[in-house]
Design a protein around this ligand. Structure first.
Ligand code: HEM
Ligand SMILES: Nc1nc2c(c(=O)[nH]1)N[C@H]1C(S)=C(S)[C@@H](COP(=O)(O)O)O[C@H]1N2
Ligand SMILES: [Mo]
Length: 351
C-alpha cells in the first residue's frame, strides 16, 4: 500500500519535471502537488520499518529447502532480490536527498531513484502475483494455521502493532516540515516551515546562486518578454508596478517534501502574455538571472501559463521579496513543484 502510494506520487512528480508533449498537466487543484509530494516522502519514510520488519519476520523461511519448489515459488523467491535491493536503494537515496546529504551520490539522484522505482515496483508485482498462485494452491489443500506462537514470543498481532507504531513515530517526527502545528515534535524534519527570511524557509540563497545585488537594483533590473510574441516587452520595476497587481495564496512545495503556504502579490503572467500578443496555446519558459544550476529555468504549459494565479511576484506577505526569496521577481504558480518556482526571474520566453 505505502509502496503503491510512493510509486504513483513519485511518478506524478517525475511527470511535472519531465512533461510529456501529449499530456497537459492541470494547474488545479492549487495545492495538489503539495499533497502528493508530502505523501510521497511520508509514505516512503513510513515504509522503512514496515519493510524491514516484514523481512525480519520472513527471514527464516528464506533458508528452507528445497530452494525452488515449482515455477511460482522460484518467481516468488527470485523477485525478492530486486525487490529488497531496490527498496533499500530507494530508501537510502530518498532519505539522504531530503537530509541534504548529496555527497555519496556519484550519479544524479533523480535518475537513479526513478529507475530503481520501476525495478522495485516490477519486482513487487511479480512477487505478489507468484504469491497469489501459491496461496491459492495452499488454501485448496488445508486451512491455514492462524494460531499464536507456542513459545510465548511476540504474537503476530503484537509484532504488526509495534511496526505500525514505529512507522507512526517516524511520520510524526518528519511531518512538521509541512504541517506547521507539528513543527515542535518533528525532531527529524530537515526544514522548519517558519524559519528563514520573512519567516519562511529558503532553498538556495542568493549567495549560493551567485546573484549580484547590483544587477537587481531599482533602475538597473529589467524583465524582458520575448520569443513568439507580436511585440517584445522590456519592463523596469516601476513599469511592473503600474500593471494591475494580483494577489494569491499559494504553496511552495519542495520536491524534498517540505512546504509552506504564503500570500504572494505581483503581475499575472497571462497579463504580460496578453500585452506581448502571445497566442493562448503558447507554452512558456521562465529564466532566472542565476547563471548556472539545474533550476535556473522553468517550463510552463499553456494551461499553467494562463492560470489566473500564475504570478511573477514582487511581494511576499505584503513586503517586497527578500533577496533570498527571489527579489525582485519570482515565479509562483499553482499545483507545481518548488523546483519550478524560479527565483530572480528576468526573462519570459514564449515558445
Ligand atoms: C524513504 C523513502 C523515500 C524518500 C525519502 C523519497 C524521496 C523522494 C524525493 C525527495 C523525490 C524528489 C526528487 C526530485 O525530484 O528531485 C522523489 C522522487 C521519486 N520517488 Fe521517492 N522517496 C522514497 C521512496 C520511494 C519509493 C519506495 C518509490 C517507489 C516505489 C519512489 C519513487 C519515486 C519516483 C518514481 C520519483 C520521481 C523521480 C523523478 O522525478 O524522476 N520513492 N522521492
Ligand atoms: N533560480 C532559482 N530558483 C529556485 C531555486 C534555485 O535553485 N534557483 N530553487 C527552487 C526550489 S528547489 C524551491 S523548493 C523553491 C524554494 O523557494 P524559497 O527559497 O523562496 O522558499 O525555490 C525554487 N526556485
Ligand atoms: Mo525544492
Amino acid at each position: 500500500m505505502s509502496f503503491t502510494v510512493c510509486f504513483l506520487t513519485g511518478l506524478l512528480s517525475h511527470l511535472h519535471q519531465n512533461p510529456l508533449s501529449w499530456l497537459t498537466l492541470p494547474s488545479r487543484p492549487a495545492g495538489f502537488y503539495r499533497l502528493t509530494q508530502g505523501l510521497h516522502v511520508v509514505s516512503g519514510v513510513a515504509s522503512i520499518p514496515l519493510l524491514l520488519g516484514k523481512l525480519w519476520a520472513v527471514y527464516p523461511q528464506l533458508w528452507t529447502k528445497p530452494t525452488f519448489s515449482g515455477v511460482a515459488n522460484a518467481v516468488e523467491r527470485l523477485s525478492l532480490i530486486p525487490l529488497v535491493a531496490g527498496s533499500l536503494f530507494l530508501f537510502f537515496t530518498g532519505t539522504i536527498n531530503i537530509a541534504y546529504w548529496y555527497a555519496p551520490m556519484k550519479f544524479y539522484f533523480t535518475a537513479g531513484h526513478y529507475w530503481a522505482a520501476w525495478i522495485t515496483i516490477g519486482a513487487l508485482i511479480a512477487h505478489i502475483g507468484a504469491k497469489l498462485a501459491i496461496t491459492r494452491v495452499a488454501l485448496s489443500k488445508r486451512s491455514p494455521d492462524l494460531s499464536e506462537p507456542a513459545g510465548g514470543g511476540l504474537s503476530r498481532r503484537g509484532f504488526v502493532t509495534a511496526l505500525g507504531l514505529t512507522s507512526g513515530v517516524l511520520v510524526v517526527s518528519i511531518l512538521g516540515q509541512t504541517v506547521t502545528v507539528l513543527r515542535r515534535v518533528s525532531v527529524l524534519a530537515p526544514r522548519r516551515p517558519d524559519f528563514g527570511p520573512q519567516g519562511f524557509p529558503i532553498n538556495r540563497s542568493a549567495v549560493q546562486a551567485a546573484i549580484d545585488p547590483a544587477t537587481v537594483a531599482e533602475g538597473v533590473f529589467a524583465l524582458s518578454v520575448e520569443g513568439k510574441v507580436a511585440q517584445a516587452l522590456q519592463l523596469s520595476l516601476a513599469d511592473l508596478r503600474t500593471i494591475p497587481q494580483r494577489e494569491a495564496t499559494l504553496p511552495i512545495a519542495c520536491v524534498e517534501g517540505w512546504s509552506y503556504s504564503a500570500r504572494w502579490r505581483g503581475v499575472a503572467l497571462r497579463e504580460l502574455l496578453a500585452r506581448a500578443g502571445a497566442s493562448l496555446d503558447a507554452s512558456v519558459r521562465i529564466e532566472s538571472l542565476e547563471a548556472q544550476g539545474v533550476y535556473r529555468t522553468s517550463p510552463l504549459n499553456h494551461v499553467q501559463a494562463h492560470d489566473r494565479d500564475t504570478l511573477l511576484a514582487l511581494e511576499l506577505e505584503g513586503e517586497p521579496l527578500a533577496l533570498d526569496h527571489g527579489f525582485p521577481l519570482r515565479l509562483i504558480s499553482p499545483n507545481r513543484p518548488g523546483v519550478q518556482q524560479t527565483k530572480w526571474v528576468h526573462k519570459v520566453v514564449v515558445l
